[in-house]
Write a protein that binds this ligand. Sequence first.
Ligand code: GTP
Ligand code: MG
Length: 194
Amino acid sequence: MNFNAIEFYASYGVSSQLPPSDRAEIVFSGRSNVGKSSLINKVANRKRLARVSASPGKTVTINFFTAGPGYIVDLPGYGYAKVSRSEKERWAKLMEDYFHSDRDIRLVVQLVDIRHQPTADDLQMINFLIDSEIPFLIALTKADKLTAKQKERRLEELREEIPCGDQLHLVATSAQTFEGIPELRGILEALLEE
Ligand code: GTP
Ligand code: MG
């Protein structure tokens, strides 16, 4: 797959606009500011394909990117405290409708900051994925912020913090050092071209 050819396709802010599923999708999910857009940019070898911001809540729509024969989907982040109640409700409805619209979701790349314990919202999302039997892996973001030793320790701890037993697939990633990007690309390519 040519990762350099990943292009923005469309964004949807309300679920009534969501087109029916016509291609395989790989979904990036995680709390606000965890690094979803940055990771997508790295995978696509681009600086500003998905918009990155130091202030959380930048991505408020579901953004689709064409990737080979499939789509990469950038979900709006959750868990940002300063968002209004009506905005949170809009987010919840959008997510519910997205995941329940009979899509060909091959994988959810669930992002968690490697430095911190998963938040209650992260765990809720992960439990939702487990209950819905949606395949997922955990991309641990901002790995460049830890030393090798700290990283190893967090990887061990995360295996206790995330309720998924031995099958848990963890990938340490960094949008700064490229860590984990080749592995992610390999997985995306295999799943989208299947
Ligand atoms: P929302 O769109 O608000 O949901 O956020 P997001 O998850 O898309 O995060 P985004 O990619 O916009 O990144 C948030 C901040 O984290 C930015 O300041 C990024 O530069 C920074 N960041 C993202 N990934 C990394 C990383 O791997 N390493 C470091 N050091 N910083 C990162
Ligand atoms: Mg974003």
